[in-house]
Design a protein around this ligand. Structure first.
Ligand SMILES: [N-]=[N+]=N[C@]1([C@H](N)O)O[C@H](CO)[C@@H](O)[C@H](O)[C@H]1O
Length: 833
């Protein structure tokens, strides 16, 4: 370390209470510009965040320097979504100064919880895919892997959800309104990104055909860097988010002509590229602006990656050994064509060599098999927006189909399926096929999902490239989802097995024997109860509904989507409601059904199901006949911070998707890790959760993925027959269809009933209803025996270690990225805590 900087550093890096307190006051006065008496909670949040930043910047620089010194191979995680949530608690906890900060604020007469609550969520994602990316960043830093995240710095994140008369209403989410203390603007890191224009062919210096992209419109991508603090703070990686800038902020010509709006038009249009996150989860938008967003961040990221590589290398054959680029779904798949353009057009690399380099550098993760989620952009639009890329895609396709012709042996249908171009209707570019072809490894996100990928969407490609598909079952970071979200349980665990579990979650298996320890069970219950009290208070604040802490907290929190079958859960609630009213003398297990999750604004069926849940809740929650034994609540604006309150408090975790449709799920892992028992289908990662926690400690029901496929293939399924043969289901549906829950609009739910009957019940809600009720009854019955329930809950927590995202990223690192940790040399001094 350069001695000139030593003194200033020591001053700033004090991690003790006094140093922190001094730092808070300094930042408040000199940066926030407020007197302590006048400061708002938000001012204090900015002050604390800036003070924490001081204590990580030098390690951040150490980390980056280390990577350069070691010329380390880096991982670049390209994702259109990073669902980060808040960063204050995470940074303090990973730096190990949570307590010191609490004391420092205490001495200033401030509540740490209030300061933490002043931070807005960075809601730069829709759901599982975006949160997975954030968990991976935490794990790569904690595992000292040189991992960079690349994405978009949306001005508006995922919308804020409010309920008006039980209907979802969306409001803009302005997370940057008061500034973001965690980001470092990098105005010098600026890349041009082109759109439209045309391609000119010419002969290069050796007379070879070459192409240049001309008359294109340009926008600039400017970088904003956010430090990613690994646990213990040894490694601090970088998340680089791009913001769109106009090449010219102001057109004086238009201004002088009095065309004032036109003068700034280009600026506004350019900046639209990073204006807002598209709010669709597992469904594609098909919008041109979305396609341009995908190219915008991908091009800027690849230009930045090549710039960093060329700083120390001049032979592109070395790129695959110095950079591993992971495509988080097909959203950055245009990157395959972009890398070819950069290598061939800008760096004159021969096609075949460029293709080998590209394929060896890229890998692709598929996150869903839902047909409506597989991106396929109209050829006409791609040709217009990215004319050179369309040429390159045609070239890639031609060479591939020539290669596959022999194997296809005249099977043109197969060649048509393999083609990057879907020739049916308005011709489309299949981004999944492009991503598959341009990658050396392709992975699914759970064992079942990966198998289904080989049997369905990528069956032909799997035959062409039998070694390319591999499984990487998702994971979650135990730092945010246990240590930070559930301090009560964390402290109990650490009191028994030490704190090694925080970065080695497998150590939780030492708790297995504790399941038979009555004292430990009591303490485990006490921790759960503390979390349930906190959630009950949160529910009262958010919805006005008072829930019983002793009731079973039956939780379904995830994006609203028909395949996730919140409707099945709701129909069970109505059936239970009827049973309770029919049998008032029975000593019922009190149940609190907790729903939360946003619907994509244009997904009308999902929004109708939200309204139905709220309508049913209104009736049930005010019906004295059930004596408060059943409460239904729908928490508004589900996000990362809400999840951190809900996950530790759940007793029962609803993972009830139609088997074969939920690629993995990650909420299922967070809930089980925090001691909830899962009720679910054999879908996604539920299958592996059962393998790890034991089939006695989970409630499985319903058709398997194979049975679903057979039922659909057989075509004999008739939901009306199923309904007619199940009185409690029929009664529940009749109540909904006759307006019992919507007297002011009895036909309101006709579309739902229609979909379940004449619509063929695509998601098999009626088919699984009876078995689901059986599983629910088994759960309720077990809940009557707190000792046995707690024993199973402990066995869930104890056996969830494998679902740490540390395990997942290490598997990627070994098998896909081929990168090694680059650890700091502990200088024994104040290198790191
Ligand atoms: N898009 N997408 N896919 C999902 C989620 N909706 O974000 O990715 C998640 C992360 O891989 C999966 O857990 C989940 O099953 C899958 O549906």
């Amino acid at each position: 370390m350069d001695a000139r900087y030593k003194t200033r550093e020591i001053e700033r890096r004090s991690l003790d209470v006094d140093g922190l307190k001094r730092s808070f006051l300094e930042w408040l006065v000199y940066s926030v510009g407020k007197d302590a008496r006048a400061a708002t909670r938000r001012d204090w949040f900015h002050t604390v965040a800036l003070s924490v930043r001081d204590r990580l910047v030098d390690r951040w620089m150490d980390t980056t320097r280390r990577y350069y010194q070691e010329d380390a191979k880096r991982v670049y995680y390209l994702s259109l979504e990073f669902l980060i949530g808040r960063l204050l608690t995470n940074s303090l906890s990973n730096l190990g100064i949570m307590e010191e900060c609490r004391q420092a604020l205490d001495r200033l007469g401030l509540s740490m919880d209030e300061v933490i609550d002043a931070e807005p969520d960075a809601a730069l994602g829709n759901g599982g895919l975006g949160r997975l990316a954030a968990c991976f960043l935490d794990s790569m830093a904690t595992q000292a892997l040189p991992g960079y995240g690349y994405g978009i710095r949306y001005e508006f994140g995922l919308f804020e959800q409010r309920f008006e008369h039980g209907w979802q209403v969306e409001y803009p989410e302005q997370w940057l309104q008061f500034g973001n203390p965690w980001e470092f603007p990098r105005p010098e890191v600026l890349y041009p990104v082109q759109f439209y224009g045309r391609v000119e062919e010419f002969r290069d210096s050796v007379g070879e055909k070459a192409y240049r992209w001309v008359d294109a419109e340009r926008v600039l991508a400017m970088a904003y860097d956010t430090p990613v603090v690994g646990y213990s703070g040894e490694t601090i990686n970088t998340l680089r988010l791009w913001s769109a800038r106009a090449t010219r902020d102001f057109n004086f010509g238009h201004f002088n002509d009095g065309a004032y709006m036109k003068a700034v038009e280009q600026k506004v249009l350019s900046e639209n590229l990073s204006r807002v996150l598209y709010p669709n989860d597992a469904t594609e938008t098909g919008k041109e602006l979305r396609f341009k967003q995908e190219y915008f961040f991908t091009s800027a990221s690849l230009q930045d990656i090549l710039r960093r590589f060329l700083q120390h290398h001049n032979n592109f054959d070395d790129l695959p050994s110095k950079a591993a680029i992971q495509l988080n779904d097909t959203h950055p798949a245009i990157g395959i064509a972009e890398m070819m353009r950069l290598l061939v057009d800008q760096h004159a690399v021969r096609w075949d060599r460029a293709w080998d380099i590209t394929r060896a550098t890229f890998a692709y993760t598929n996150h869903t098999l839902l047909p409506e989620a597989l991106e396929a952009w109209p050829v006409r639009m791609v040709e217009r927006v990215l004319p050179r890329h369309m040429q390159i895609i045609y070239e890639i396709n031609a060479r591939f189909l020539n290669r596959s012709k022999a194997r296809a042996a005249g099977d043109n249908a197969r060649l048509a399926r393999l083609s990057l171009i879907d020739e049916r209707g308005d011709r489309r570019v299949r981004m999944g096929n492009l991503a598959f072809l341009g990658s050396h490894k392709v992975n699914g996100v759970s064992a079942l999902h990966t198998d289904l990928m080989k049997q369905t969407v990528f069956a032909d490609f799997h035959q062409e490239f039998p070694d390319r598909i591999t499984n990487k079952t998702n994971g979650i970071t135990p730092r945010r989802w246990l240590k930070q979200a559930n301090p009560a349980l964390s402290e109990l665990i650490t009191s028994r097995i030490g704190d090694g579990w925080i970065h080695d979650l497998g150590q939780l298996t030492s708790l297995v024997e504790k399941a038979d320890d009555v004292v430990f069970r009591e303490e485990f219950r006490r921790a759960k109860r503390k979390n349930k009290k906190r959630l009950a208070a949160y529910i009262a604040r958010q919805t006005g509904v008072e829930v019983q802490v002793d009731s079973i907290f039956d939780v379904q929190v995830k994006r609203m989507h028909e395949y996730k079958r919140q409707l099945l859960n709701l129909l069970h609630a109505v059936a239970l409601y009827n049973e309770m009213r029919d049998n008032p003398m029975v000593s019922w297990v009190p149940v609190t059904k907790i729903f939360a999750g946003k619907a994509a604004p244009s997904y009308h069926m999902a929004k109708l199901i939200i309204k139905l849940i709220n309508d049913v809740a209104k009736v049930v929650n005010h019906d004295p006949a059930v004596h408060d034994n059943l409460k239904i609540v729908y928490l508004p604006n589900y996000n990362v911070t809400a999840a951190e309150i809900i996950m530790p408090a759940a007793d029962l975790s609803e993972q009830i998707s139609t088997a074969g449709l939920e690629a993995s799920g990650t909420g299922n892992m967070k809930l089980a890790l925090n001691g909830a028992l899962t009720i679910g289908t054999l879908d996604g990662a539920n299958v592996e959760i059962r393998e790890h926690v034991g089939s006695d400690n989970i409630f499985i029901f319903g058709l398997t993925a194979e049975e679903v496929a057979d039922l659909k293939a057989g075509g004999g399924f008739n939901p009306r027959e199923v309904i007619a043969s199940n009185p409690s289901l029929k009664r529940a549906l009749d109540m909904i269809s006759t307006g019992v829950f919507s007297p002011e609009d009895p036909n309101r739910y006709h579309p739902i009933l229609q979909a379940l009957t004449d619509g063929g019940d695509h998601f098999l809600v009626t088919a699984d209803f009876a078995d689901y009720c059986r599983a629910q009854e088994a759960a309720m019955e077990l809940y009557r025996d707190p000792e046995e329930w707690t024993r199973k809950a402990i066995l869930n927590t104890a056996n969830m270690g494998w679902f740490s995202s540390d395990r997942t990223v290490n598997e990627y690192a070994q098998e896909i990225w081929e990168v090694k940790p680059v650890r700091a040399v502990d200088d024994g001094g104040e290198g790191f805590r």
